[in-house]
Design a protein. Sequence first.
Length: 472
Amino acid sequence: MRLFRVVSFALLCLALVLGLPGCAANEKASLVDKTAPSIPTNLTCTSPCNDTTHTFTWNAATDDDSGVDHYLVCLDGGGVGGLWVNVGNLTAYTWGTALCGGSHTIEVKAVDKAGNEGMAASRSFTGDTTSPIISGVTASSITETGCTINWTTNEDAACQVEYGTTIAYGTLQPASVNPLSSYAYSYMTNLAGLAAGTTYHYRVKSVDGCGNEAVSGDQTSTTSPTSAISQLIVHFIDVGQGDAILLDSGDYEVLIDGGKSGSGVVAYLNTYVNGPLEAIVATHMDADHIGGLAAVLDAFQVQQVWHNGATASTQTYTGFMNAVQAEGAEVHAARRGDTITVGSMVFSILNPVNVSGTSNNNSVVLSLSWGQTDFLFEGDAEQEAEASMVTAGLIPDVEILKVGHHGSRTASSAVFLAAAKPEVAIYMAGTGNSYEHPHAETTTACTSSKPRFAHGIPADSTRWRQVGLQNG
């Protein structure tokens, strides 16, 4: 009996190992996924299907076994853009290639994690045969010599403006685009070199990626008439051994330097300054240039103060900066490349690049163009600063030059004068000054370059007057 039990137990264990019918082992075998996913539904073209760019969406497919792994997209059976494209588990795809004219078919199918491919959903559509829609054609920023043309289209396209003084147009100008959305594109182009006070015809041409062209209707725009140049009077004020220059253009005035303290410059300005004094330029911190400016700041409402940003330990400097702070004007440290705009006067700052070296060579140097006349105001700039400006190609061909450093031999180099080519050179110095300004070398250099040489000392008993010119 005992032997039978042992044999029975052994047979039972063998049956369990072999998985024979009737054994207690798990009889359920692993299942293999052989079922394809469902067909994606609601395949839709979300952008207008006749546009150059097409975006398609679909509802997710289902798979009861291993689940959907990715989608495959195909256009025209692989004839356009290659074979089936794997788009991952996304349910949208944008076909960026221009699909032009004719009938096209998009197909989408799902693939599950076991690799089973479902049947494809498909949709047919017609390629792009529609011209862009141009709207909102307007002209803006109209000046004497140009304007800006703006418009929008409903699709990205190559655009240009045709323009001319008649409807024959004749000139083409490409445009730049700014996408606003998938269905709105903003364009602009600048027309330049136009004649003042002239009516121009213009229209927009737009061609999309499939060659469909649209042309807007004729538009017109008239450039601004030539503006009359207002009068400018430049006063080279006699302040003795020092500089003070007033530029007066109607209701706008700019003062460059103010001579020494007690120079009487305020009395002179009272005759010519209307309302506020729009700008003061302190070329550098020497007393014979800024000494009189504290009184000017006390007497007038000053809107802007420009200086070279240098500091000094003198009482004159301290008094000037205290007056600037009390005035509450805008304060600017002038640097090469800056501009000062007051009314129609636009000054270009040619010097300094930075504040280093001597006080004179840190002088703020200004140029001004007024109609056909060009001015250059040097402050006390000497040959070092002049060489820097010449090397940088900044010296214009001028009619009026206020020479540097009161006509000292340390300024007005031959190279500088050859670049400026002044017709009139003006120095500002006190009669019988201890520096013997102007030096003979400067007088010779200026007269040999053929400008008329002028002095800010009046020829009569009137202390304040516009400078009179005399031949050198």
